[in-house]
Write a protein that binds this ligand. Structure first.
Ligand code: SAM
Length: 293
């Protein structure tokens, strides 16, 4: 079998020229040209010959070649139809790869996993298009799709945001959402010269290992995320005012105050100082209030 041969500047440029490929900025196309980074991604994704891997945005098939070598089967979803003939060419030596030409946010991933992996959790690996990093990750988590781990290249700042805790400037709704569903670990920082064309920002590979059970228990998950969103929508306001001003939270100021008091949380605190556990406590107190009404 052919070994992966893309992932270096020479072969990548050759493929791009052969097909007169025109980069589409709107699709966030920055192709990897560094074999060390590719090997690091495959290694940290912990892929074995038992695994079914879902790749998002294969581009010209650079990482797909590495994934096809390491995994049992790969399905790669690419939105740009001009890349499909290129992928057919660059992946012709691997018989365990399927290419789907679609928007990943429109693909029925649950159905795909049922068909391809008997519904067992899959590994997601991608050099993500940066313009939709958050919607992709949140879809994978919130829709409770059968995912074992997500190993992705993202913008460095976004990786930092996913990993930090309370009291830091990067801490926000994304940190809390990711940390509710998964254990994040940044495995590499990747400079712009590892891509063609070079992105304007630094990048990082982050591995999100999904928890079997979230680290905090909460009666109403969706209410907790409403509280989190409300707290960070108005970052500079106190928690009491943020919750009171939010159209998503339908409690009076007195009720909010009562819930915060019960949790032992000062009303003049800002959301950015609260842990995931404290947000879960507030949500549970709101639920208790509801049952008293
Ligand atoms: N995996 C390749 C690599 O590492 O060289 C390409 C990565 S590039 C950063 C992102 C890829 O995602 C591009 O090929 C782009 O066309 C594709 N893409 C962008 N939006 C997408 C979407 N909504 N669904 C599927 N693929 C998408």
């Amino acid at each position: 079998m052919t070994r992966p041969y893309l992932g270096n500047p020479k072969d990548t440029i050759e493929v791009l020229h052969k097909y007169n490929f025109v980069f589409q900025k709107r699709f966030g196309q920055n192709f990897l040209i560094d074999p060390h980074v590719l090997e690091k991604i495959i290694l940290s994704a912990n892929i074995t010959k038992d695994d079914f891997v879902l790749e998002i945005g294969p581009g010209i098939g650079t990482m797909t070649q590495y994934l096809a070598e390491a995994a049992r089967e790969v399905t790669a979803v690419e939105i740009d139809h001009t890349l499909i003939p290129i992928l057919r060419d660059t992946l012709k030596d691997w018989d365990n790869v399927i290419i789907i030409n679609d928007d990943i946010l429109k693909v029925d991933i649950k159905k795909l996993v049922m068909e391809k992996n008997d519904g067992k959790p899959v590994k997601v690996v991608a050099n993500l298009p940066y313009y939709i990093t958050t919607p992709i990750i949140m879809t994978l988590f919130e829709k409770k799709l059968p995912v074992d781990s997500i190993t992705v290249m993202v913008q460095k700042e976004v990786a930092d945001r996913m990993q930090v805790g309370p009291g830091t400037k990067d801490y926000g709704a994304l940190s809390l959402a990711v940390q509710y569903y998964a254990k994040p670990e940044i495995v590499a920082y990747v400079p712009p010269n590892c891509f063609i064309p070079r992105p304007k920002v630094g990048s990082a590979v982050i591995r999100l290992e999904r928890y079997d059970k979230p680290p905090v228990s909460v009666k109403n998950e969706s209410l907790m995320f409403k509280i989190i969103r409300a707290s960070f929508n108005q970052r500079r306001k106190t928690l009491l005012n943020s919750l009171n001003n939010s159209s998503e939270i339908n409690y009076t100021k007195e009720e909010i105050l009562q819930a915060l008091n019960k949790c032992g949380i000062p009303s003049n605190i800002r959301g950015e100082a609260l842990t995931l556990e404290q947000f879960a406590d507030i949500a549970d107190e709101f639920e208790n209030l509801k049952s008293q009404i």
